[in-house]
Ligand binder design. Sequence first.
Ligand SMILES: *[C@@H]1O[C@H](CO)[C@@H](O)[C@H](O)[C@H]1NC(C)=O
Ligand SMILES: *[C@@H]1O[C@H](CO)[C@@H](O)[C@H](O)[C@H]1NC(C)=O
Ligand SMILES: *[C@@H]1O[C@H](CO)[C@@H](O)[C@H](O)[C@H]1NC(C)=O
Ligand SMILES: *[C@@H]1O[C@H](CO)[C@@H](O)[C@H](O)[C@H]1NC(C)=O
Ligand SMILES: *[C@@H]1O[C@H](CO)[C@@H](O)[C@H](O)[C@H]1NC(C)=O
Ligand SMILES: *[C@@H]1O[C@H](CO)[C@@H](O)[C@H](O)[C@H]1NC(C)=O
Length: 374
Amino acid sequence: MASSSLRVVSIFMLCFALFLATAEAQLSPNATNNATRDYRYITWQDLDFGIEATRDTDGQGTRVIYVAKNGHGHSTTVQGAVDMVPENNNERVKIVIFAGTYNERVYIPSNKPYISFIGNPNYPTVITNSTKASDVDPRDPRRELGTSRTATVEVEGDYFAATGITIQNTVVANGQLGAQAVALRLAGENAFLYNTRILGSQDTLLDDRGKHYFYKCYIEGLVDFICGEAQSLFQDCVLNSTAKSSGGIAAHHREKNDSTGFSFVNCTITGTGSIYLGRAWGPYSRTVYSHCHIDGIINPVGWSDWNQPERQKTVFFAEAQNRGRGSWSRRRVPYAKRLNPSQAQPFLDINFVDGEQWLRLDENTSPQFNCLCC
Ligand SMILES: *[C@@H]1O[C@H](CO)[C@@H](O)[C@H](O)[C@H]1NC(C)=O
Ligand SMILES: *[C@@H]1O[C@H](CO)[C@@H](O)[C@H](O)[C@H]1NC(C)=O
Ligand SMILES: *[C@@H]1O[C@H](CO)[C@@H](O)[C@H](O)[C@H]1NC(C)=O
Ligand SMILES: *[C@@H]1O[C@H](CO)[C@@H](O)[C@H](O)[C@H]1NC(C)=O
Ligand SMILES: *[C@@H]1O[C@H](CO)[C@@H](O)[C@H](O)[C@H]1NC(C)=O
Ligand SMILES: *[C@@H]1O[C@H](CO)[C@@H](O)[C@H](O)[C@H]1NC(C)=O
């Protein structure tokens, strides 16, 4: 090891020791103020965590809050860290979550935008819970919670970004009613998730509303495991079906002919089946698969109108240049569309989610995680 990098290491160790020694210290609400940065764009830097980091910042002027189960961070829970973010914050806060399993539910309210969740990609960092739709509503014991309130992690803040973490709901749907159990509910206007794992069974990812970009993510579930009203691009993702008989991968919800929809590009679709590529939740449900590798787990008819035949006229279910045994079949439902390259073009990149308005991702970089002590 070169002496300069040794010096960097020892400085970092020193910083880290200081950080540990003052673990319970209170943070000022605005630890840093980097006025040169335009926070209305999500960048790779928002997912970086490096050796310059100190007790309160990432070394680049962005505030960091550490979560460590062993008590050596600012919080032992992820929610505790979210609670330390000031309301109506106007700059990014990185919540760096050290490896471990966090048995909790996490809520980011709409008045806390610009939050990053950063886990160490080399060790499992899991946020897990097991809440399901039929659970009793604590606010009103006569009622059930309902699907949208079951999420292990629920994000209503805008400009959320995440990497290196697993978000899980461990409830398994066995055909019983009320087993909807969301791992992640995303309802912020914009969000970027990179190298994030989202695990569940029924309704794993409630991609509720907003424009979202999922890049190199892993999503696992049994039925309708990517659902909601959002306008989202899923690129280079793995979708792993645990289906045993029926159900859909995607259940996009669209009530009118607006810009929302799910677009899957260059994804790997694997697991067990048979399963539909998508089901029509709402008359204008819109889902497109392009350039994907699709294993032979797809019901050959491909798509379901959710037993509402009139929806066949208004849904937009399309496929373009996929490969694998589950790709286009002559048995597809007649309302499924096969797009040519120019018809597929609007669905292929971040323009589908108006990314030029909120993403600045240099294609040649990916986030660095250089945490020597975790
Ligand atoms: C933090 O920044 C916001 C926005 O600039 C400001 O409104 C707030 O007063 C600041 N809080 C403190 C404690 O400086
Ligand atoms: C502000 O952010 C830029 C990059 O976004 C960084 O290069 C710079 O060092 C930061 N300035 C301060 C004072 O932290
Ligand atoms: C679920 O989250 C709640 C609230 O954060 C926590 O009290 C409970 O222990 C968690 N349960 C499991 C099974 O993770
Ligand atoms: C497709 O995804 C794979 C990883 O799943 C990646 O290696 C490859 O570069 C991607 N292809 C394109 C054209 O982006
Ligand atoms: C899909 O999920 C099953 C069940 O969790 C698991 O055993 C399998 O390894 C997963 N496949 C991939 C490609 O990750
Ligand atoms: C939805 O709108 C698009 C573009 O305006 C149009 O081409 C398409 O026919 C409409 N679809 C339905 C089902 O009305």
